[in-house]
Design a protein around this ligand. Structure first.
Ligand SMILES: Cc1cc2nc3c(=O)[nH]c(=O)nc-3n(C[C@H](O)[C@H](O)[C@H](O)COP(=O)(O)OP(=O)(O)OC[C@H]3O[C@@H](n4cnc5c(N)ncnc54)[C@H](O)[C@@H]3O)c2cc1C
Length: 639
């Protein structure tokens, strides 16, 4: 790869930014393999790892960088993820990015978004100049431990075989926590209901007029810790109609499928500190951030009924999918619990499935790599445990690089809706008149959540606002806010909304707003409202009346998608009601059994951006029914 690139380069005009490196300038770019001890070993030279290796080497540490592939940049280059989606600014990645356009000017074919070859080249050049020993086509077979301190790795490449390398600190940037798994660290992944992570995508590169374009749509689910699952995902998604279309033309040509599968989520470490959504929303976040992550809860899954209660409250009841927020990431979220000599940087840091929807964006993962490098630097030079790295010195280094800023703070912000001015940070409301006004409008989400936070202080008002004499939006949104507080008085209004399959879709978020009808079904389950049982069972028994809600097109493709939302929330609601009311279980169990017998593959949902790919949901429904009946001790019939 390197020699092909050199040949291409020589034929073209050079500017200083693109001068090839002389052998003197590249002291370690191709490893001699002589060293058997490094201050830092970075495994995985992707989004986080490329930056980690360069940052650590620039601090004067000896650094070995290992990757199973043959390039740097991971998801952001070989994976075809060429755009930035939110994330916070500042840090070494901006310096790297600023050097990429020059490569496009003279050498590489222009591209939309980041130029993949250009960024790989800049990463390799900066790593070489900093003195990183890079070993491609190499991976790790084992971890050397002294107690729970990682002191080295057993490394493998096909041509060299296996060999040992000692380390000061190992930084696991594999995205999948592969090294942490080998070390025996505690890991977690996926959502509680079924362990399902977010959907993956398999990016394509095409040629659009005169530029390279990378694009992707969601293709299915993959469990990266399972090699069979990975292989099947790579092969199957490459064969999808979304990938190899029937027609291409001169202006729109297919080039190749990205060599790295687009995995959004796999395993996370359980850290010394864990950044969970639940904890974050209760304002339990760190005051000692290494960097701030920034995004909305960008969960691509459409079977939200099976996500956590918190995510359903946020996304379904309040339609807050689009609300962005900053999340402080502490050092403890990079240290596997109970271990030393080992850090995890990149998307496998210590978050939970819910928070991983927000904390995974490229800018932030690059910062994560940089922060890990400075933590390793201080641990190695001061000879202290990673946990004992002094925050004052670490934050000083991060501020100097721009990774962290004095101004960084936690805030929530609306996505800018099409045609709207940036609204700036929002605050949760406390003024009763302001809440009433917002609940009366078409963007009630922030007011619904604010009311939930206010709790008893606003409850009497909300009860009054549900009166029939009040405007429709106010009545219904007040009921939704009350349901989030657990107020059973909201149930009659919610039943009315469920019965009429209220098609109103709020406009709180730019995308992924949820229809009020099935949000009401969800909330009836949250209240364990036994009077809703007949209505919920009726929902399971009909295929009629799910009229397509056009305003929600980004989330729902058609009536089939809509029907799944109603059915999945109805089943979850019935399960929740049965959990609370033991005497209701026989009726619900019978309805569940009937429904299970009728499953015929017609209950499907589409993937984001891939409406033609349909995910048959029968197995999920069987799982839900089976788990529920087992919990109740009801005999489970084999179907
Ligand atoms: C389809 C998709 C779309 C996305 N869209 C956006 C977007 O628009 N904007 C945005 O900001 N973010 C986006 N993201 C999120 C972001 O790209 C990723 O979360 C982030 O790049 C992950 O960085 P990472 O360093 O953890 O992993 P990666 O960048 O994947 O790096 C992992 C590296 O480790 C190597 N590796 C893995 N296992 C081993 C091993 N055992 N031994 C040796 N090497 C190994 C891999 O080869 C790779 O180089 C998207 C992600 C996906 C998948």
């Amino acid at each position: 790869m390197r020699s092909i690139r050199a040949t291409t380069i020589i034929r073209r005009r050079w500017d200083n930014a693109m001068l090839p490196l002389s052998s003197k300038q590249v002291p370690h770019s191709v490893s001699s393999g002589a060293a058997d001890r490094y201050d830092v070993i970075v495994v995985g030279l992707g989004t986080a790892g490329a930056i980690a290796a360069i940052a650590a080497a620039r601090k004067g540490l000896s650094v070995l960088g290992i990757d199973r592939h043959t390039s740097m940049g991971g998801a952001g280059t070989a994976g075809g993820v060429v755009g930035y989606y939110f994330g916070t600014r500042g840090g070494l990645y901006e310096e790297i990015d600023a050097k990429v356009p020059a490569t496009e000017k003279d050498v590489f074919t222009p591209a939309f978004g980041v130029n993949v070859e250009g960024k790989q080249y800049v990463f390799e050049r900066e790593a070489a100049l900093a003195g990183v020993d890079i070993r491609y086509e190499t991976t790790v077979l084992g971890v050397k431990l002294e107690g729970r301190t990682v002191t080295g790795l057993e490394v493998f490449s096909a041509r060299r075989g296996r060999y040992a390398v000692a380390s000061g600190v190992v930084i696991d940037c594999t995205g999948n926590a592969d090294i942490c798994r080998l070390a025996g660290c505690e890991l977690r992944g996926g959502r509680e209901f079924d362990g399902q992570p977010q959907p993956f995508s398999n990016a394509l590169f095409g040629f659009d007029k005169d530029r390279v374009r990378a694009f992707y749509t969601d293709s299915g689910y993959v469990f990266p810790e399972n090699p069979d699952s990975m292989s099947a995902a790579i092969v199957n998604s490459a064969l999808l109609s979304t990938h190899l279309k029937e027609q291409y033309n001169e202006e729109n040509r297919f080039m190749r499928i990205a060599p790295q599968l687009g995995v959004r989520e796999s395993q996370f470490i359980v850290g010394e500190d864990n950044v969970t959504l639940d904890r974050f929303l209760q304002e339990g976040y760190s005051r000692e951030p290494l960097f701030m992550a920034y995004s909305n809860l960008d969960n691509h899954s459409k079977d939200v009924a099976f996500e956590s209660g918190l995510q359903r409250d946020w996304t379904v009841a309040a339609s807050l999918w689009g609300l962005k927020f900053t999340v402080p990431i502490p050092l403890g979220a990079l240290i596997p619990r109970g271990y030393d000599g080992l850090l995890a940087a990149g998307r496998c840091l210590a978050v939970d499935h819910d928070m991983a929807s927000c904390v995974r964006m490229k800018r932030d993962m690059q910062k994560c790599g940089e922060a890990a490098a400075y933590a390793a630097y201080l641990a190695v030079t001061k000879k202290v445990r990673l946990k004992e790295v002094p925050y004052a010195e670490l934050s000083q280094l991060l501020r100097e690089s721009g990774c962290l800023s004095e101004r960084d703070e936690v805030y929530f912000e609306h996505r800018v809706a099409h045609g709207e001015q940036q609204s700036g940070p929002i605050r949760w409301m406390s003024d009763i008149r302001e809440i009433r006004e917002a609940l009366s409008g078409t963007k009630p989400g922030v007011a619904i959540w604010s009311a939930k936070l206010l709790g008893e202080a606003i409850r009497p008002k909300l009860l009054g606002w549900m009166d029939r004499s009040e405007p429709e939006h106010l009545r219904k949104h007040s009921a939704m806010a009350l349901a989030l507080m657990g107020a059973a008085e909201a149930a009659p209004v919610l039943r009315e909304m469920a019965r009429e399959r209220d098609p109103f879709v709020p406009l709180t978020s730019l995308k992924y707003n949820q229809a009020r009808g099935y949000a009401a079904v969800y909330l009836l389950g949250r209240l364990a409202d036994r009077e809703a049982i007949p209505e919920l069972i009726a929902l399971l028994r009909t295929r009629e009346g799910f009229s397509f809600i056009d305003a929600n097109r980004e989330f729902l493709s058609d009536e089939t998608d809509l029907r799944f939302q109603y059915v999945s929330y109805a089943l979850m609601a019935l399960a929740a009601i049965g959990d609370r009311h033991e005497d209701a279980r026989p009726v619900i169990a019978e309805a569940f059994e009937q429904y299970r017998q009728q499953l015929d593959g017609s209950l499907v949902i589409s993937f984001k951006g891939s409406s033609e790919i349909r995910n048959v949901m029968d197995d999920k429904i069987r799982l839900l029914i089976g788990k529920t009946l087992q919990r109740w001790g009801t005999p489970v019939l084999k179907s």
